[in-house]
Design a protein around this ligand. Sequence first.
Ligand code: ASP
Length: 330
Amino acid sequence: MNIKKSLISGIVASVVTCSLLFSNSALAQKDWPTKSITLVVPFAAGGPTDSVARLIAVPMGQTLGQTIVVENVNGAGGTIASTKVARAAPDGYTIYLHHMGMATANALYDKLPYDPLTSFEYIGQVADVPMVLLGKKDLPPKNFKELEAYIKANGSKITMANAGPGAVSQLCGLLFQSRLGVKLTNIPYKGTGPALTDLLGGQVDLLCDQTTQTIPYIKDGSVKAYGTTTLKRLPAIPNVPTLDEQGFKGFEVKVWHGMYAPKGVPKPVLDKLNAALVKALNSPDVKKRLEDANIDIVPSKKITAAGLKDHLEAEINKWGPVIRKSNIPD
Ligand code: ASP
């Protein structure tokens, strides 16, 4: 009898605890956010990914009523940051902005401590950014044809900067080397922000970088632009031919971005994050600033969890075979 009684009171107590926990967590989700949110960026401050993140962090924070603090977690082509976010508490106070490196890292590393398809929640796609193949100002070749001959003659004496395996600068640079059949000396940086500084200073010869920071330097001749990674010329730099039209048929690297959270963030919190992202990307100020840097905002149906997940899956399937076939050197 006593045993029965204590069993019943035990069950009652755990039901009460469970429902209290449930209502506490429902309440927490309803009130979220009650403190600042960290937006992790996988590359150095001052670079293109960082710029996109900072541009949207402010208006998103205004919508949510809390500050969004950008944290740069650099290194290993973005995989250190991805690992950190995958292991963060799923409470909505850590979110993540990454680019197409989320889809390519898998094929570049033997084993990653996270799975791009199962370790994260999806908030939405953000923006697409083209890239340009750049040379330091006093690199002798004046155009792409001359650059090809110069590379064939000098090979590994030429240095090419990138942001590590998994970074788009590395992918673009190495697809380029694979097409030429030449291995250059590849130098990893913590992001293309510091890599661009060294290109401008003449410490490194080549860099493939997003247009975000590079257009003014191309226009004023501080760097040489050998070709864009788009299939059409870019309106902001119409004199720069595409790599495709200069003989590298189909050479297209468009850097798409997505916003993520650790797996397990409750749906109501993800919905609030998504609404804030959509609102930020539709604000006239953000639109204008993205346009000025040649960044394309994606259509609304892509600024959704499903839009990002579908795109990520398609990109993993697209780049895996390309990367493996390219036999990309280190
Ligand atoms: N461009 C990126 C950045 O530094 C890094 C990369 O993927 O190359 O923001």
